[in-house]
Design a protein around this ligand. Structure first.
Ligand SMILES: NC(=O)c1ccc[n+]([C@@H]2O[C@H](COP(=O)([O-])OP(=O)(O)OC[C@H]3O[C@@H](n4cnc5c(N)ncnc54)[C@H](O)[C@@H]3O)[C@@H](O)[C@H]2O)c1
Length: 345
């Protein structure tokens, strides 16, 4: 049995606790939070689980093999690093850390100690996103663009901007689904609450090929939208996460390019671009709870010494983009090369 401790029992921590309680091969030993009232709730719901507000007690406990961290982002690095140094495997909430430098140090420490380091990129474990990856690698053709809107009247965070809260989901999905990685990012955004981080942002991501991505995130929208388009040369996907069942729709639509050399005069335009409008279909999707699958995978990786889908490297790649986007945003959308950021770091 893999002994588990969950650190942080605020909004998201209870989901980790509930799911770990169901994972075969795992035993939830302890929940740790600084807030004693939250711990009382744990005690009432899970009488067999011990509670503490002292992280050192968790780190010293030999019955605990792995620590799952659901505390605010600014504390991820300190808690994850002390867990790794105490020889514990780590599952940390998104984003993995508050800077690329911190994320890199976690990746190195886990590798040095041969410990599993996983980041909660929840969406990559959903049936919809796994299906998109399948479609992107088989059938969509050349990928032209990724275009996503993730807006609602969201909870304003005080320690991170909307990019670090919401765009992290799209960046982790893109990292998993797309065949290539962005090379540069430009971001603009605004805060509408004085002294607080940006609550609306637009990210443009450039790639080495002719693919382009755009992400729009906003905590101050009157309606909730979770909608992504992926355009391919052969087919296109619409992913609407708010749809109860048909979250993914695949459209056999697009353009066909003609041979300009054979076209003359007015006919040039029509000969260059033809339109194809075929069928739409909605593939069957696995509806299992993503977090449950993800925690099972984490425990399996510990048992068999394997690497999780969303490992420390995936967490680091996403944080590099978040950091570059924040820099761009502070400079009114200047294009920031990701390779250049690596050299600076
Ligand atoms: N995967 C997802 O879809 C998803 C969704 C929401 C939040 N999250 C992530 O979960 C993390 C927590 O977010 P939240 O909304 O639950 O925050 P929250 O503020 O509601 O809860 C954080 C909890 O951590 C506790 N805490 C803070 N510092 C601590 C410490 N040093 N030791 C022990 N406990 C400590 C607080 O008392 C609080 O109960 C963030 O990284 C966030 O990005 C992920």
């Amino acid at each position: 049995m893999i002994g588990i401790a969950v650190v942080g029992y605020g909004y998201w921590g209870p989901n980790l606790v509930r799911n770990f309680a169901e994972v075969p091969g795992a035993r939830l030993v302890t929940v740790c939070d600084l807030d004693r009232d939250k711990l009382k709730t744990v005690q009432a719901r899970y009488p067999g689980v011990s509670i503490t507000d002292d992280l050192d007690e968790v780190l010293r406990n030999p019955a605990i093999d792995a620590i799952a961290i659901a505390t605010p982002v600014s504390s991820h690095f300190r808690i994850a690093m002390s867990a790794l140094m105490a020889g514990k495997h780590v599952f940390v909430e998104k984003p993995i850390a508050a800077s690329a430098e911190e994320a890199e140090r976690l990746v190195d420490e886990a590798a040095k100690r041969r410990l599993v380091l996983a980041v909660d990129h929840t969406f990559v474990h959903t049936g919809a996103v796994r299906k998109m990856r399948e479609l992107v690698t088989g059938g969509l053709g050349e990928i032209y663009y990724y275009d996503s809107v993730r807006v609602n009247l969201g909870l304003f965070q005080h320690d991170i901007s909307v990019i670090w809260d919401l765009a992290v989901h799209d960046l982790s999905i893109m990292d998993f689904v797309l065949p290539s990685r962005p090379v540069a990012v430009s971001a603009t955004g605004m805060s509408h609450v004085p002294g607080e981080p940006e609550n609306i942002a637009y990210l443009n991501l450039l790639f080495d090929n002719n693919m382009i991505a755009h992400i729009h995130v906003n905590w101050l929208a009157p309606v909730k939208v979770r909608r992504t388009l992926i355009g391919g040369s052969r087919k296109m996907i619409v992913y609407d996460d708010l749809e109860p069942s048909e979250k993914i729709k695949v459209y056999d639509k697009g353009i066909t390019l003609g041979d300009s050399a054979t076209a003359k005069g007015d006919k040039v335009y029509q000969a260059l671009v033809g339109y194809r409008t075929g069928d739409m279909w909605a593939p069957h999707l696995d509806v299992a709870e993503a977090l449950g699958l993800e925690l099972r995978e984490f425990v399996k990786c510990i048992e068999h010494n394997e690497t999780p889908i969303a490992d420390g490297q995936a967490g680091l790649r996403v944080v590099r983009i978040l950091e570059a986007a924040s820099l761009s945003l502070s400079q009114r959308g200047r294009l920031v090369e990701l390779e250049q950021m690596r050299r600076v770091a």
